[in-house]
Design a protein around this ligand. Structure first.
Ligand SMILES: Cc1cc2nc3c(=O)[nH]c(=O)nc-3n(C[C@H](O)[C@H](O)[C@H](O)COP(=O)(O)OP(=O)(O)OC[C@H]3O[C@@H](n4cnc5c(N)ncnc54)[C@H](O)[C@@H]3O)c2cc1C
Length: 282
């Protein structure tokens, strides 16, 4: 289908982009990689009157390490994350998750910022963001604010970004941990039916497990985490018992791709696999 007609604006600085959004209010939408927004516009599920294309803002496209944190610009593509030497060394969970997104074209055009802001329940990034306890730096006409991952993913297709705001960057702490991202993907698109990010602190003092694709929004599997907390060694029995709690208290989604029961089952299976893999990498 063809989208309704819209005006196209291309700012050259972040400041200009924020001004344009403030001027056009609810009529405007940010365009990044366009791989979620354009399909939604073609289906007329989204009908912005103005598109503010931030695609040329190079200041939002970077991967840097400072003071024990890695800052990833919102416009960084999935492929740039997948192929980043810095991330492969200091935060390998992100390249591993990026490499499992969609296909080559999606990874070359889609951005981490667009994906997190869109908050698709089947998107891959929210699981890694929650497990790594990332922070989101957001710019708006009233300045910059920071939102923790646990507060950023609000609901299905709803993130903490307000109209007029632009996600600038995502900060992830660098920790001595072993990690893994595993998923059961929808065959045609690659979207997660169940995707699990596991982060095991080297001294086993902290385990984070987050699940995407299963519920309306990604979540931390707290039952799984507390089952393993403080254990010196992860035996196979301990991992199996912990993974059984991966969908505890969760209202799983049901659609043409998977029933709620199957999704909950996949959450448990993928959690077991992610924990085994992260554990073996220790
Ligand atoms: C065929 C196909 C397969 C896919 N498979 C997968 C998959 O396996 N896993 C997966 O996770 N994703 C998948 N995707 C989605 C893909 O990752 C998208 O690129 C991503 O969800 C959106 O990123 P984008 O840069 O394209 O954002 P856009 O489509 O440009 O924007 C998405 C939304 O975010 C807003 N936005 C974008 N950037 C910002 C910003 N910096 N600040 C404020 N608002 C912003 C836009 O206004 C819009 O509402 C797939 C998409 C397609 C088309």
């Amino acid at each position: 289908m063809i989208p309704v007609s819209f005006d196209y604006l291309r700012p050259h600085t972040l400041e200009e982009a924020v001004d344009l959004l403030a001027r056009h209010g609810d009529d405007a939408k940010v365009l990044a990689g366009g791989h979620s927004l354009i399909p939604a516009m073609k289906l007329r599920l989204s009908q912005p009157k103005v598109l503010v294309d931030i695609g040329r803002l190079v200041e939002l496209r970077s991967i840097d390490r400072h003071d024990g944190k890695i800052a990833i610009g919102a416009l960084t593509t999935h492929y740039e994350i997948e192929s980043s030497e810095l991330l492969r060394r200091d935060c390998p969970l992100l390249p591993e998750a990026a490499g499992k997104i969609g296909d080559v074209q999606v990874r070359n055009k889609g951005t981490i910022g667009g994906s997190c802001v869109y908050a698709d329940p089947a998107g891959d990034w929210p699981a890694s963001m929650l497990a790594l306890e990332a922070e989101f730096e957001i710019a708006g006409s009233r300045g910059t604010r920071t939102v923790a991952a646990k507060d950023f993913f609000v609901d299905m297709l709803t993130s903490a970004i307000e109209p007029g705001e632009i996600l600038k960057s995502i900060q992830v702490p660098v920790t001595a941990s072993t990690t893994a991202y595993t998923k059961f993907a929808q065959k045609a698109s690659g979207f997660a039916i169940a995707g699990v990010a596991a982060v095991i602190d080297r001294n086993r003092q902290r385990v984070s497990v987050a699940v995407t694709g299963v519920a309306a929004k990604a979540y931390r599997a707290t039952g799984t985490e507390s089952s393993l907390q403080g254990q010196a060694e992860f035996s196979q029995e301990a991992i199996v018992a912990a993974a059984e709690k991966a969908a505890e208290g969760i209202e799983a989604l049901s659609d043409i791709h998977a029933s709620a029961e199957f999704r909950a089952h996949l959450a448990r299976v993928q959690t077991k696999r992610a924990l085994e893999l992260a554990s073996s990498r220790g």
